[in-house]
Design a protein around this ligand. Structure first.
Ligand code: SAJ
Length: 426
């Protein structure tokens, strides 16, 4: 079996490697020459648990290769970004560009699978576009009789930090343009997926993916809203959540400085854009979560003002714990704002960053390690719950002024009640 994976990013590269491990001959296609060169040398350009060993193994065995040029294959997997434009309208430009690329080598008997998170109707658009690009082929939904190729949507569902495991173990939903397309794509996923593979329509599969992330966004928004309300009332929100979650049917998620990453902070907008009038809760959740970042900045400023001129340690820049991904990161946004206002007072601790992003460095902020932060910074703003931060004992932070936006230090007196001042061990 020959497989071409278009897009070697956070999803495409692990997917290509996992398929290559089954013995299929996999070509990874990417427009970035540096990414292609890195993969061909058996290395990875993203940090993800177990990915480096997996990629070096399949490259050494010769089952995974990368190129900037597409080649004929039996199955094409499209895993390119689907960002949104200024007005939150989805931009499927990369999907259509990948479709153009695939169309150049498509032949009867092939299967085209879209994995990118996409607004409802994208797979149908992809098939329609293919029918225009390749009028010589019978494309499902655009021909009479048996189509020459299969077209399906199968969203990725993997969690950054657990991508390799979840690629294999998670259930998959597979939505073909026709039932026959679904069955064809199903055969492919059964090669490497241990979870259940459930077939449906392309539109239902597209909506399912969006709904999963909107569900999480709404639930995080509930926790974030609660944290602001509890803070105003002088109540420790973390304690309230711990207590409420003792109820057998309550499971409140964790508040934080906002929602980041390229999925949960983006995908719900695709639903809102699809039905702005009715997607009221989903839109509000987005606004609540984005608003939590502004709230965090305001609270951090209150804290910083308490010790004029003192160095401030911002702990973490990643969009969540234990990863090196800074996309749409609320922690990065908070740090950027503080660096803009306070320049060289801002010291950033981010074990997953080799260098400080230019947006911070340009204002004089510096990257330091956690030991230096403990020794030199009297003010700590915890923005990411990296394991290394969690393990700092109270003894090493008892004399710090702390704003813990992730609730990683339950034993630290918290600044949750503005009315009580910042109740901190200063
Ligand atoms: N977050 C909170 N509180 C929580 C949980 C998360 O503030 O209780 C924040 C995180 O810190 C982060 C953001 O939300 O900034 C998103 O993190 P996440 O771990 O919830 O999700 P992602 O973006 O890493 O991955 C999600 C997953 N979707 C769901 O869990 C429904 C993953 O399975 C998807 O494959 C991925 O989006 C995707 O690619 O769509």
């Amino acid at each position: 079996l020959k497989v071409a994976v278009v897009g070697l990013g956070y999803i495409g590269l692990p997917t290509a490697a996992v398929i290559a491990r089954t013995g299929a001959m996999v070509l990874g296609v990417d427009v970035r020459e540096d990414v292609v060169a890195t993969v061909n040398s058996g290395r990875v350009h993203i940090e993800e648990i177990d990915l480096d060993g997996l990629v070096s193994g399949v490259v050494a065995r010769g089952t995974l290769r990368a190129s900037t040029q597409i080649e004929p294959a039996d199955v094409f997997v499209i895993a390119v970004p689907t960002p949104f434009c200024e007005n939150h309208a989805p931009d499927i430009g990369y999907v259509l560009k990948a479709t153009t690329t695939v169309a150049t080598v498509l032949k009867p008997g092939d299967t085209v699978i879209l994995e990118s998170t996409s607004p409802v109707g994208t797979t149908e658009k992809l098939a329609e576009f293919l029918s225009q690009l390749r009028p010589d082929l019978k494309i499902p939904g655009h021909c009479d009789g048996t189509p020459d190729v299969a077209v399906a949507y199968c969203p990725e569902r993997v969690l950054p930090g657990r991508i390799v495991v979840e690629l294999i173990d998670n259930d998959r939903c597979i939505g073909g343009i026709t039932a026959r397309c679904s069955r064809k794509a199903l055969q492919f996923y059964r090669r490497f997926v241990r979870g259940a593979c459930v077939t449906t329509t392309a539109r239902a599969a597209e909506m399912t993916k969006l709904v999963e992330n909107a569900f999480r966004d709404v639930n995080i928004a509930f926790a974030n809203e609660l944290s602001v309300i509890a803070g105003g009332m002088g109540i420790d929100v973390w304690e309230v959540i711990r207590l409420a979650n003792r109820h057998p049917r309550v499971n409140i998620l964790s508040p934080g400085p906002g929602v980041g990453g390229h999925c949960i902070a983006v995908d719900p907008w695709f639903i809102v854009h699809g039905d702005p009038e009715n997607a009221r809760l989903i839109r509000t959740a987005r606004e609540v979560n984005d608003g939590k970042t502004d709230y965090t900045i305001a609270r951090a400023e209150e804290l910083i003002a308490q010790i004029p001129g003192a160095p401030v340690a911002c702990l973490g820049l990643a969009f969540k714990a234990n990863i090196d991904d800074f996309r749409e990161s609320p922690a990065l946004k908070v740090a950027e704002h503080l660096a803009e206002r306070h320049g060289s007072r801002i010291r950033v601790v981010e074990p997953h960053a080799g260098a400080l992003p230019p947006s911070l460095a340009q204002h004089g902020a510096t990257l330091i390690d956690i030991d230096t932060a403990i020794e030199t910074c009297p003010v700590f703003i915890v923005l990411v719950d990296h394991e290394v931060f969690k393990s700092i004992p109270l003894g090493e932070r008892a004399n710090k002024l702390v704003y813990d936006t992730r609730g990683i230090w339950p034993d630290q007196p918290r600044p949750d009640a503005p009315s009580a001042g910042l109740r901190l061990a200063v």
